[in-house]
Design a protein around this ligand. Structure first.
Ligand code: GLN
Length: 499
């Protein structure tokens, strides 16, 4: 074995340190990841676009700067990859949709520009449910991604490519987006860490909009420290996103080792109710006990409007989506079909051919709830319930510093098992979407594995802008759980015993 053989297994923090110390070059790190991609990608299918040549030339440019003693950023030479909902100059940005297949972005999203400035090397764009609508990555126009721990299971979604790529060792970190759980749930299904920051923490300039009052970008990686490093780079005010918050960022990596002594952790009873898989419940309860053993104070709290969160989200998110997706009409971007007929005919043909079933379903729901006769009954009512959901969290945070609960009610399921049952999939978002409705930060950290060897995640939710608390709790749990920097072997063995 040569020194670079297992480079792809390192943590992001470690590979960044070795590159800066010139123990390994950026090119070696990039080639190591590309070799791993070559070995596993045909089975996992995390990527929609892979551009190895561009990655190697970006890595060489970093090496040249390192050689001259140039100031390089904190992620210099580190291979990463991007959910294909993010604009990256000169690359296709498909959003997992046929309708954007021909679209090449003329600019970088702010978070992509920040990653580049920090020296990160992008390997390409990652698979996702079309327009980020889904929780399995089966709704991609480019075929499903598979769970690296068990190839006949889903990786979660909609950022399934982002979670699977990290779990499979194809790169050190990725970016995803989370409108109702799409970073946290795939992180949980793939045994990696994923954080949805506070609404407004990361600029969404260059993120293709799904539901603008809920969308947020965040990182996925194999350790809490690595996600903190990524967030330090991408967070911060951006005048090009009107919802971006002008607040200071922090050294979140410093929080990871601080421990939980003195922190009050709230356990929402509604998160442990009916429909929770017993293995998930047991794994999460065991982690809570462990955190108590580490000095956290455990308090019982209530989120009484939780039963209404799914219905609220599935009115508001489609309503916003129906408006945001109106721009895909064959005129300005991407696919154009039926241009020989009338303008309206072209709109119809383009949208019929370009959008998949789930996206059409959402556009129909969204248009319906916004229509004149139904606006008050559905859309306005949902806005009112959203306020009640947010107040639940405000009240809970009067009694605790963070909430601890499961991410998803069940472990990863088989590919194809739920595709014909949209309601089952919508209901499975019950534990993540309240966090988006309230604009809060939430992190998913691996907490064990099911008997079948599939990962289970622990969710930690904080008050607005308290990512520091999330990193403290997640770091403390990771420290005692033994689940850190695990890469799926992809040799037939599974995630194995719970921590
Ligand atoms: N599963 C949810 C949905 O289908 C969440 C998606 C997301 O967060 N982008 O809408």
């Amino acid at each position: 074995m040569t020194a670079t053989d297992a480079l792809w297994k390192l943590s992001l923090a470690e590979v960044a340190r070795r590159i800066r110390a010139k123990d390994v070059s950026a090119e070696e790190a990039t080639r190591a990841c590309l070799a791993r991609v070559a070995a596993v990608e045909a089975r996992v299918h995390s990527f929609i676009h892979l551009d190895g040549e561009a990655a190697i030339s970006a890595a060489r440019a970093i090496d040249a700067r390192l050689a001259t003693g140039d100031e390089v950023g904190p992620l210099a030479g580190v291979p990463i990859a991007l959910k294909d909902v993010l604009a990256a100059e000169g690359t296709a940005t498909t959003c997992g949709s046929k309708i954007l297949e021909p679209f090449v972005s003329p600019y970088d999203a702010t978070c992509v520009a920040r990653l580049k400035r920090a020296g990160a090397v992008s390997l390409g764009k990652l698979n996702m449910d079309e327009f980020a609508m889904g929780s399995t990555t089966e709704h991609s126009a480019f075929g499903p991604t598979r769970n690296p721990w068990s190839l006949d299971h889903v990786p979660g979604g909609s950022s399934g490519g982002s979670a699977a790529a990290v779990a499979a060792g194809e790169c050190f970190a990725t970016l995803g987006s989370d409108t109702g759980g799409s970073i946290r749930q795939p992180a949980s299904f793939c045994g990696v860490v994923g954080i949805k920051p506070t609404y407004g923490r990361v600029s969404r300039f260059g993120l293709v909009a799904f539901a603008s009052s809920l969308d947020q970008i965040g990182p996925l990686a194999r350790s809490v420290e690595d996600t903190a490093l990524m967030l330090e780079v991408i967070a911060g005010h951006d005048p090009r996103d009107a919802t971006s918050l002008d607040v200071p960022t922090a050294r979140w990596t410093d929080e990871v080792g601080k421990g939980v002594k003195g922190l009050r952790l709230g356990i929402p009873k509604e998160a442990f109710g009916e429909g929770l898989d017993p293995e998930v419940g047991a794994a999460v309860r065991a982690s809570i006990e462990r955190l108590a053993g580490e000095g956290a104070e455990i308090v019982d709290v209530e989120l009484p409007h939780t039963p209404y969160a799914v219905a609220t989200y599935y009115v508001l998110a489609p309503a916003e989506a129906s408006s945001n997706l109106a721009r895909y009409d064959g005129v300005r971007y991407g696919l154009r079909a039926g241009q020989d007929g009338s303008l309206v005919d072209m709109y119809k043909r383009t949208r019929s051919a370009g959008f998949g079933d789930e996206v059409k379903r959402r556009i129909l729901i969204g248009t319906y709830v916004l229509s004149a006769g139904y606006y008050d009954a559905y859309y306005r009512k949902a806005q009112q319930v959203r306020t009640l959901v947010r107040r639940d969290y405000e009240k809970a945070f009067e009694r605790c510093d963070a909430l601890v609960m499961p991410v998803a009610p069940e472990p990863p399921f088989k590919i194809g098992e739920a595709t014909g049952d949209p309601l089952r999939l919508y209901l499975s978002d019950v534990l993540t979407i309240g966090v988006n409705l309230a604009g809060l930060p939430g992190i998913s950290v691996p907490c064990g594995a099911s008997k079948a060897g599939l990962p289970i995640g622990l969710q930690i939710v904080g008050p607005p802008l308290r990512e520091d608390t999330l990193f403290r709790v997640a770091g403390a749990w990771e420290g005692v759980s033994g689940w850190k920097n695990r890469v799926a072997p992809l040799d037939g063995s599974s995630a194995g015993g719970a921590a």
